[in-house]
Write a protein that binds this ligand. Sequence first.
Ligand code: ADP
Ligand code: MG
Length: 682
Amino acid sequence: MNQYLNQSVEVLKGIGEETAETLSEMKIHTIQDLLEYFPYRYEDYRLRDLSEVKHEEKVTVEGEVHSEPSLVYYGRKKSKLTIRLLVGRYLIKAVFFNQPYLKKKMIINETVTVTGKWDAHRQTITGQELQLGSNTKQHDFEPVYSLKGKITKKGMRKFISLAFQQFGGYIEETLPETLLHKYRLLGRRECIKAMHFPGNQEDVKQARRRLVYEEFLQFQLKMQGLRKFEREHSPGIKQDYDLEKLQEFINNLPFPLTNAQKRVVNEVLTDMLSPYRMNRLLQGDVGAGKTVAAAIALYASCTAGFQGALMVPTEILAEQHADSLKQLFESFAIRCELLTSSVKGKRRKEILAELAAGNINILIGTHALIQDEVSFKRLGLVITDEQHRFGVEQRRVLREKGENPDVLFMTATPIPRTLAITVFGEMDVSVIDEMPAGRKKIETYWSKPEMLERVLGFVEKELIKGHQAYIICPLIEESDKLDVQNAIDVHTALSHYFQNRYHVGLMHGRLSSEEKDSVMKAFSLNEVQVLVSTTVVEVGVNVPNATIMVIYDAERFGLSQLHQLRGRVGRGSDQSYCILLANPKSETGQERMRIMTETNDGFVLSEKDLELRGPGDFFGKKQSGIPEFKVADMVHDYRALETARNDAALLIQSHYFWKAPEYSNLRNQLEISGILEGEKLD
Ligand code: ADP
Ligand code: MG
C-alpha cells in the first residue's frame, strides 16, 4: 500500500475529528478505504417511456402539471397530495405523502420531474423526489452509499470526490498486464473512478467486472496459498498401495465405475500416495456411489499395510455400511468389523484387542470409534460419512488416533460449488457429479393438502404392489403455535386408515436410540409398511423397497432438505414417487415446490436454494465462515469465482508468480506471502 493512500481521511478538507470517527465506524480509516467504499446501488434518473417500466419499479418521469393539485389531510399531520401529470402521451397520477408544502409549487402547465415508485395498475407514481422544471441531474446514475450518523449523501459524495481529485493519481495497478489483457479488464484507477462517478450503466458494469475478478483472485490466492503451506507443513504418511490388487478389486465390483467415480478415486489415491496428509471433502448426491469410492480407498490403505476407519453418524448406518463392506471384501482377505455402543462385553473386548494387534483391517462404527479405549495398530485412513453431522472436535480426535492418517470427509449434502470453494477453501474438494447409469428419476408431484384422500389412494397402490412408504411430518407432536402436521397425530390417523391392511410405524427424534433402531429394523425387514417420521430419517437410511414418500407441509423445508428426504426412496430398481403436500403462500415457496417437481439434481437444487435464501442462511448464520466481499457476490458472480480460482491455482504453482515484478502488488496483498515466499526460496 502506498504512503499517499495510506493517510488518514482527516487530511481531506471538511473531515474533522467527529466525521473521521463516524467514518471509522464505517471501517473507513484511510484515503484508500474511502476510495474503496463503493456504492451498494445506483439511482437511475434516466427518463424512460412508461410503457417499458415494470410494476413497482422505481422511475423518473418528466411531465406537465395537468390540473389543480388536490390535498387531503387525514389523521394528525398526515396528508396526501395528488396531481395529474401529462407525461408524453400518458396522463398519470403522482401522489406525495406528508409533504403538503409541495402544493404551492405545482403550477398548471409547468414542467416537473418526479422520481418514485410506479404502480402500473393504478397508473400512479408515488413520489419520493420532486424537481421543478426539467431533469437537471448531472448524471443518469447516482451512486447510493450506505451511510451512518451525521454523514449525508451529499457529504459522502463530496469526500469521495475530493479524495479522488487529490489522490486518484496515486492509485496503483494491482493486476499484471497479462491478466488485464487476457480478460480485457479496465485499469484499477479507471474502475474506482467509474464506480463513484459513472457516466452510464455500462461504466459500472465494466468496473465491477474487474473489481469482482480481482477480489476473488486475491481471496483464492490467499486460500490456496494457505492450503499449500498447510499441506507442505503437515507431515503425513505415504501409503504405497498395491495397484495390481486394487485393479483386481475394481474389476470384481458388480458394476463398472462411473467416470466421476474413477476421477474421484484417482484424486483420493494421489493424495494417499503423496507424503502429505490428505484433507479432502468428497461430495456426491445421494446414491451417486460414494460408498464404493470409500471402499476402494480403504482397500488401498490395507494393501499398503495400514488400517482404515469409517465413521458414520448413526448405528443403523454403521450396520448397513458394515454389511455392504463385508460383502465387497469377502473374497479379498480383508477383515471388517463393526463397533458401536451396542457391541458389548466379550465381543467388544475381542474387537478392541484384535484392532490393537492389527488383525482387523477396517473398523466401521459410530462415534464409538473415537473413544479412548479404541486404539489402532497402524491407522492410515479415516473416512467420515455425512461429515456435517460430526463436530470439528470429533473429527480432530479421530484424526489424532493414528499418526497423521489421511482423512476423507464424505457428504451427500450438495454444497453449491461456489460455497464449497469459499467455505472449504482450505480443503481439497472432490465431487461425484454423475449418477450410475439406469437410475430412474423419482417422480415428484406437488399436491394441495385437500387432495390427501387421493394421495393416500396412490400410496396404497404402491403398498398393494408390496412396496413401502414414508410419510414425513415437520413436527413430532401438536403445537399450539404452528398449524402444521405432527407425526404423532398423523401416525394415529394413518394407523386407523390402514388398519388390518398394513402396519404403520412411528419414528421421531424423541425416541431413545434403541427404540429408533427397532423401528428402523422393522421397516427394513418390511414388518412395517408405512413409516410416519419426522426428518430424522434424513441421513443415509437405505430401504430399497420403499418407493413412495409423502411430505406434509413441504413448504416448511428448504430445498436441500427436501432433496435429502426424497433420497430415501428411489434406491431400488422400481419407479419411485415423492408427493409434496403443500400450500405455500409466498412466491418463493411456490417456486421451491415447482423446482422440486422439475429436477432430481441435488447440485441444481442447492444452487437454487442458495439463490433463494442467500449464503448467510445456507449453513445457518453463526458457523458459516463465509467471507465478506466488497463488490463481489458469490452467487451471482460465480463464473468469475471459478475463473479466479483456476487462475489462482496456476499462479500458486508457478515460480514466476513468486518472483516477477509485475505480480508484486498482488503478492504484497497476500498476508501469507511472507511465509510462502521464504518457502519458495530455500
Ligand atoms: P451414496 O453413498 O453416494 O449415497 P452408495 O455408495 O450407497 O451411494 O450407492 C448407491 C447404490 O448404487 C448402491 O446400491 C451401489 O451398489 C450402487 N452403485 C454404486 N456405484 C455404482 C455404479 N458405478 N454403477 C451401478 N451401481 C452403482
Ligand atoms: Mg452413503
